[in-house]
Design a protein around this ligand. Structure first.
Ligand SMILES: [Ca+2]
Ligand SMILES: [Ca+2]
Length: 420
């Protein structure tokens, strides 16, 4: 069945081309193309097995699916100042049935932009066209690389940069997976020489005529700051805080979110790091009425930040987490994490990684939403290839029992990525 599918055959052909090009580059040790032309891409496949995403042990919603993603790019650099970049993407989903995170198949002109660089004391870089946007830890604006479709924006990004700072000013629009259009504009600054790290203050303006409650207008202004740094050889820390105001369906918006983390890396060959993290995002005790106090994490890369099973996002949550990373060899990373989730406003329920409501809240329900354990192993033996296998388990808390079913869910995945 799988072998006969057209998409699977296409996938095999593209894989063969990818591998041939990689092999050629490796064997001959020099580029196949002239210096001003780069051709490359990547090809990724992930098998996901999801058990009981609906947290209802009686209702069978178990699912085994295959995600295939092929990207091919052309990168032209006729002069040092000019770049023309184009990337095509083929995303295929095979065998998806009941999963909560439905991923459609799609073929798209994923990126295509013209870049003009003007060197100087303040270098300016202008990018016009379709492009990915990645800022900070991608908690508010990200390219969602974990997703099979990724995320790119249409518009203009101007970067001003010197030896100590850069600042991006951009105006873009995007068609969301639900077919609605959003406009996103921002001024995002980055101070490279902040003592022992970096500091990033930002303003993000997000607007859509149908993005708010009951498909009404949403105008959101986010003011935030992010710090990331190291103290000595062993300690690292991070902090991000954001406040939002604006209008949603005629109601005032006023909400906020915080994130903080610190870690200690032991002086051993396998670089063991023990990390602790706390994430908070405000919720709304009166959802749909009066002031909107639910934090909106805009267009992030949510995966990997609030548990890998993706039942939570940076909305109406406390996430208390500890994690341990170790590198048994240069090319292997092992990761173990624990999360405990609570809801600031049980009436507002749980919002999943895709921003959708995962479980509707009830006033008076318990604030304790559950616990999660994540483990994965990542392999990077050569630069052309990487592998990933992981498992996550979620133990629903009293909140889920108070609002419906509360049975354990499991998530297994295995991914390979080839680049050329
Ligand atoms: Ca089930
Ligand atoms: Ca409210």
């Amino acid at each position: 069945m799988l072998l006969k599918s057209f998409h699977f055959q296409l996938f095999i052909i593209l894989a063969a081309i990818s591998l041939t090009l990689s092999y050629t580059a490796m064997v001959y040790g020099h580029p196949v193309w002239p210096d001003t032309v780069k051709v490359g891409g990547e090809f990724r496949t992930r098998v996901e097995a999801r058990f009981n995403d609906d947290l209802d042990g009686v209702q069978d919603d178990n699912d085994l699916l295959v995600l295939l993603r092929t990207r091919v790019y052309l990168d032209l650099n006729p002069t040092d100042e000019i770049k023309i970049f184009a990337m095509f993407q083929d995303s295929e989903t095979l065998g998806q049935g009941n999963s909560f995170f439905q991923t459609p198949s799609d073929r798209s002109f994923y990126q295509g932009y013209l870049q003009v660089l003007t060197p100087g004391k303040w270098t300016t870089r202008l990018r016009l066209g379709r492009q990915e946007l990645l800022y900070g830890d991608e908690r508010l604006i990200g390219a969602f690389n974990w997703g099979n479709l990724g995320r790119s924006f249409d518009g203009m990004v101007l970067r001003l940069e010197n030896s100590a700072f850069w600042m991006d000013i951009f105006g873009t629009r995007i068609k969301l997976p639900n077919g609605k259009e959003a406009q996103l504009a921002s001024s995002y600054a980055h101070w490279k020489k902040f003592p022992s790290g970096i500091l990033e203050p930002y303003i993000i303006v997000y607007h859509g005529n149908e993005l708010g409650l009951n498909n009404q207008e949403l105008s959101l202004v986010t003011l935030g700051t992010r710090i990331d740094g190291k103290v000595g050889q062993s300690w690292d820390y991070g902090f991000e805080g954001a406040y939002q105001t604006g209008q949603n369906a005629g109601n005032l918006i006023s909400d906020f979110a915080l994130q903080s983390q610190f870690g200690f890396t032991f002086a051993a060959k396998c670089k063991p790091r023990l990390g602790f993290e706390y994430n908070f995002a405000s919720g709304d005790g009166t959802p749909g009425a009066g002031t909107v106090t639910l934090f909106n994490n805009i267009l992030p890369t949510n995966h990997g930040k609030y548990g890998l099973i993706d039942y939570f996002s940076w909305r109406n949550m406390h996430d208390i987490s500890a994690n341990f990373v170790v590198h048994p060899s240069d090319f292997i990373k092992a990761y173990l994490a624990y999360h405990a989730f609570f809801l600031p406003q049980p009436a507002n329920g749980v919002f999943a990684a895709n921003g959708q409501q995962f479980r509707t809240g009830i006033p008076g329900a318990s604030a304790y939403a559950g616990q999660e354990i994540d483990v994965y192993f990542k392999f990077d033996p050569i630069k052309y290839f990487s592998g990933l296998v992981g498992y996550s388990v979620f133990f629903p808390g009293q909140f889920f029992a108070d609002t419906g079913t509360a049975d354990i869910a499991h998530f297994f995945y295995a991914q390979v990525l080839a680049r050329y």
